[in-house]
Design a protein around this ligand. Structure first.
Ligand code: 5AD
Ligand code: SF4
Length: 466
């Protein structure tokens, strides 16, 4: 489906707004999929004659694109809503909230009761209808709730205003069918649906033409790309597996780096390993969410692999893909996690030597099986384990950083360093930040740098002469 029927609303709002110099602010919470959705919301808003501002006090339209994977996002939203209420009172600003949190009934009820000034609520399956919802609010001044429980179709052709002009994200699938017991995503994003390969390829080709150098393919579970469609005999094109898609994107001239997040260890088939090995543009750092190193906890998380299977997969990847490194996600304090279970997590971390570890304290999510489990771990135990894991992960990251010193790295230069105007900053293939002295013409290019020193969260480099 495309957005043809929304185009008339874009035109209508655009005409109403003409000459008014209207501004909007967008707050995005959560993952890169949400960031990518926000780029589409911005694309639609800019076509309707709004320009972006970071100063909410001058905003005529404020939108929150929410996440509900962990609890702290809710606290953040409610805090911010108090602030925007005052702006609305002064300026008549239109307020909208969308995204994953809007698929949770108890949150929608709370907003309607405690924050009745919010004008538009829309969910993950109705994002493309922002123009229509906005038009209705502008014309009728009433509140809109546009939330669907059934999975929306994949919508093509939404205008997009990207945050960056060197790196871009491309969503390849929506939803998740895995139902990990702690995770709210399958309930708020619905079932897996994959975009047609031809649409993905066309988008990446377009990005290459515009000068983008790095593409990140996004999905809740990228290596089950087209799985549902294959099972239902709906995968009509030739590119019906993730490995094939990687190989196809690798052929696109102009794109120099390809990343993807996130794969699921249980679906990491040999064809994907071979494609990573063969495709020179696919970065040799793979994000492989572990979640827990304990087989017992993994079983109750419904992850469908054991500690040993995860470690065996890592070994296979390291053996078959020269130079491969890994990053991961880990949850500490899942219900019933014992000291012994936690030590299994530490054990896996010490064996794998991750390049980066994203650590999360388990957060209870209403409606998920883990929320109903007994033996919830007390907060102080969760925090104490989190600190121990952090210490171990950081000592390993520091050890890994050492290995970069005196090596030559290919660095994609992203721009000026935020902390020092005289320095440029970029990233290695393994996603390490490198700061160095260089010239502006290097921005957007891959340059060879010698790494001269390492610091916890960045490396320092020097341009090679000659
Ligand atoms: N509590 C804590 N972390 C969670 N994640 C997902 N659900 C929860 C939860 N309920 C983490 C997982 C996932 C990452 C995106 O967020 O580690 O990989
Ligand atoms: Fe959540 Fe598991 Fe799906 Fe990832 S794979 S989105 S953790 S249910």
């Amino acid at each position: 489906m495309n957005i043809e029927n929304q185009k008339q609303f874009i035109e209508k709002v655009k005409n109403i707004n003409a000459g008014k110099n209207l501004k909007y602010t967008i707050f995005t919470m959560g993952c890169q999929l949400n960031e990518n959705d926000s780029e589409k919301l911005c694309g639609m808003l800019e076509e309707m004659n709004y320009t972006k501002t970071d100063d909410i006090s001058e905003s005529d339209f404020i939108i929150f694109n929410t996440c509900c994977v962990r609890e702290n996002a809710e606290d953040k939203l409610f805090g911010k809503l108090g602030e925007v209420k005052k702006i609305k009172e002064q300026k008549g600003t239109i307020i909208a909230i969308c995204g994953c949190m809007m698929q949770e009934k108890h949150i929608v009820e709370k907003i309607k009761k405690s924050y009745p000034f919010v004008d538009i609520l829309f969910g993950t399956h109705t994002m493309h209808k922002l123009p229509e919802d906005l038009y209705t609010v502008i014309c009728n001044k009433n509140k809109i709730q546009d939330i669907l429980d059934i999975d929306g179709e994949i919508i093509e052709g939404i205008p997009i205003k990207r945050n960056d002009n060197i790196k871009a994200s491309v969503t390849i699938m929506n939803g998740c069918n895995n139902f990990c017991s702690y995770c709210i995503v399958p309930y708020v994003r619905g079932r897996e649906r994959s975009r047609k390969a031809e649409d993905i390829i066309a988008e990446v080709k377009c990005l290459a033409k515009e000068g983008y150098k790095e593409i990140t393919l996004l999905g809740q579970n990228v290596n089950s790309y087209m799985r549902v469609e294959r099972e239902q005999n709906l995968a009509t094109g030739e590119i019906d597996f993730f490995a094939k898609l990687l190989r196809e994107v690798n052929k696109i001239d102009g794109i120099e780096r390809i990343r993807f997040i996130s794969p699921h260890p249980k679906d990491f088939t040999d064809d994907v390993i071979e494609a990573i090995r063969d495709c020179e543009k696919v970065c040799k750092i793979i994000h492989l969410p572990l979640q827990s190193g304990s087989t017992e906890i993994l079983k109750r998380m419904n992850r469908k692999y054991t500690k040993e299977q995860y470690l065996a997969l890592v070994e296979k990847m390291k053996a078959r893909i020269p130079g491969i490194v890994l990053s991961t996600d880990i949850i500490v304090g899942f219900p019933g996690e014992t000291e012994k279970n936690f030590e299994d997590t530490l054990d896996v971390v010490s064996k794998v030597h991750f390049e980066q570890v994203y650590m999360f304290i388990y957060s209870r999510r209403v409606g998920t099986p883990a929320d109903k489990m007994e033996n919830q771990v007390p907060d102080e135990v969760k925090h104490e384990r989190f600190d121990r894991l952090k210490k171990l992960a950081e000592s390993q990251i520091a050890g890994n950083n050492q290995k970069y010193v005196n090596t030559i790295q290919k660095v994609l230069v992203e721009g000026k360093s935020k902390t020092n105007e005289n320095m440029l900053t970029g990233r290695t293939e393994t996603n390490k930040v490198v700061n160095f002295e260089g010239t502006d013409d290097m921005i957007g290019k891959i340059v060879n740098l010698k790494i001269v020193s390492e610091h916890m969260w960045y490396l320092k480099g020097e341009v090679l002469n000659g």
